[in-house]
Design a protein around this ligand. Structure first.
Ligand code: DI6
Ligand code: FE
Length: 395
């Protein structure tokens, strides 16, 4: 076998086995054809010497709202001065203020404002990013957001997966939640699906958003369209949304889950649903309840970590800082955290046969670091050790 390119002298952390101190990755036509010790490596026309640097899978940010317009710095300032979330919302802040900005923005403008956030993530070795809608809250504006998300994937060397989150909040001026959910089911999801704009469907199941029963209606529609589901659940209270999504719909992931109980953990384990931890939101809204990491470990639920990049609860565009926070706040080990932005994040997107580990057959997405040990990636705060990045076999 001959390959197109070899990356040699790598300290190779594949996310699928132990660190290989003198490793080689070989690629052909953008796919990995070999990953292992130098002694077994094939030949190739082109050789890139990694100089002993750490090589990991390209990072996967599996939960973001990076497509949005404007920011909520004023709301944050009010919260710092003691205002509650409700007071902020009554003063015109909260999700609704972002909805107004997104509705007023063109697709071009959404792309323009979102590119710097995407570039920050790419600059840290991210090669796949999930992007949600959820600030349009009607058929026209939700599809506009998803089109902008797809365009980001054409403007940069990164894989974008899209998630429809029409069931994120109530649109400004509306109060009938059942009627709004009917709009999501009857108009928004079919419109997005008809244009191939949604790879998955999400909902925010919470007292301030939608009930378990309303979420179920959205997911039943997703299922009828052949779309997988994921859920924002147990972020502020324990409504049982995660267990419902896992046991009734085989959800790809349940995200936030600070208030998840033992029965919920068991449901995730049974369904193979990934637990996505979002330490940026935990930090930014000063949450004190921590997700049940020990229970998740005992039940062998795969744990992912993501930025949740959004203007309200997690204005975070650093996957590396999310790693550090997952270790300091939630007591993940550095290796668990790193699995959370590689192998397990890929599983949270249903893409684990294609990305997330450095193994033959997968897309050649790599991050090459000025570091020796995987733990260093989670250890530093506000320092970016990325040396270079490979997406689909291209540096
Ligand atoms: N949970 C969150 O943390 C974000 N959405 C959600 O369902 C908040 C989004 C925002 O405040 O803009
Ligand atoms: Fe979110």
């Amino acid at each position: 076998m001959t390959a197109d390119v070899l990356w040699t002298h790598a300290r190779l952390w594949t996310a699928a086995g132990p660190l290989i101190s003198d490793g080689v990755v070989a690629a052909k036509d953008g796919r990995i054809v070999f990953a292992g010790p130098a002694s077994d490596a094939p030949a190739a026309a082109r050789v890139i010497d990694c100089g002993g640097r750490l090589v990991t899978p390209g990072l996967v940010d599996c939960h973001t709202h990076i497509v949005h317009a404007g920011n909520r710095a004023d709301e944050w300032r009010m919260r710092l001065e003691g205002a509650t979330y409700e007071e902020v919302a009554r003063a015109g802040g909260g999700i609704v203020s972002t909805v107004k900005n997104v509705r007023a923005a063109s697709e071009d403008e959404l792309v323009r404002q979102s590119l710097p956030r995407l570039d920050a993530l790419i600059g840290e070795g991210v090669t796949t990013i999930e992007i949600k809608s959820g600030y349009g809250l009607d058929a026209e504006n939700e599809t506009k957001m998803l089109r902008a998300a797809r365009r980001l994937g054409r403007e940069r060397p990164v894989t974008v997966t899209t998630t429809h989150l029409g069931a994120h909040a109530m649109p400004p001026g509306q109060t009938d939640k059942d009627a709004y959910i009917a709009d999501v089911v009857e108009r928004q999801l079919p419109a997005a699906h008809a244009e191939g704009l949604a790879d998955a469907v999400d909902a925010f199941t919470e007292g301030i958003a939608f009930s378990v029963e309303q979420t179920r209606r959205v997911f039943a529609k997703a299922k009828s369209l052949g779309l997988p589901v994921k859920i924002h659940a147990e972020q502020l209270s324990n409504l049982g949304g995660a267990a419902m999504a896992a046991s009734e719909f085989g959800a790809l992931s349940a995200d936030h889950i600070e208030y998840l109980d033992e029965a919920g953990v068991v449901a995730l384990a049974k369904a193979g649903t990934v637990a996505v931890l979002l330490p940026g939101a935990f930090y930014f809204i000063k949450e004190t309840k921590k997700p049940p990491v020990d229970l998740l470990r005992k039940a062998r639920v795969p744990i992912a970590v993501s930025t949740d990049c959004n203007p309200g609860s997690s204005p975070l565009t650093s996957a590396l800082l999310a790693l550090n926070m997952a270790c300091t706040f939630f007591a993940l080990t550095p290796e668990e955290a790193l699995l959370g932005v590689t192998k397990n994040a890929a599983k949270a997107l249903g893409r684990d046969t294609d990305i997330g580990t450095i193994e033959a057959g997968k897309s050649c997405d790599l991050a090459i670091w000025n570091a020796e040990a995987p733990a260093e990636l989670a250890y530093r705060i506000g320092f970016n050790p990325l040396h270079s990045r490979v997406w689909r076999g291209n540096v």
